[in-house]
Design a protein around this ligand. Structure first.
Ligand SMILES: [Zn+2]
Length: 124
């Protein structure tokens, strides 16, 4: 079973956290990331082409869900349909991708802060 802790924003826990502790927290979070999938997934329902089908009734009973995964491969958009079971399995991998980006952004902010605090910069 995979659990996803949402990244800590600029909220409560970060105020008193030292940069050193923040870095080790980020390192631990990074170590937990096992899979990362690129692209975006959209889940939608839709009608088919048969005008007599229940999906064209009132109210319509649409088909689906159609779970389409879109990503760029060599500059081209590639779309694949996922089964519901696949989506259930891979969803954490997409969430990991967002989490990874958030962690990298946090690490960048910490590093920029460290550079800003460098006493070797010429004083104004
Ligand atoms: Zn239909």
């Amino acid at each position: 079973m995979h659990t996803v802790d949402m990244p800590v924003g600029d909220g409560q826990t970060q105020k008193k956290e030292t940069p050193r502790r923040a870095r080790s927290r980020i390192a631990r979070a990074l170590a937990e990331i096992d899979h990362v999938l690129p692209g975006t997934v959209t889940v939608r329902l839709g009608p088919c082409g048969k005008s007599t089908c229940r999906c064209h009734a009132d109210p319509p009973q649409l088909h689906g869900p159609y779970i389409s995964w879109t990503r760029k491969v060599d500059g081209k958009t590639v779309t694949r349909l996922l089964s519901e079971q696949q989506w259930a399995d891979y969803r954490p991998w997409f969430e990991n991708s967002k989490r990874l980006k958030a962690l990298v952004a946090e690490l960048e902010a910490l590093s920029l802060q460290a550079v800003d605090n460098d006493p070797r910069w010429p004083q104004k």
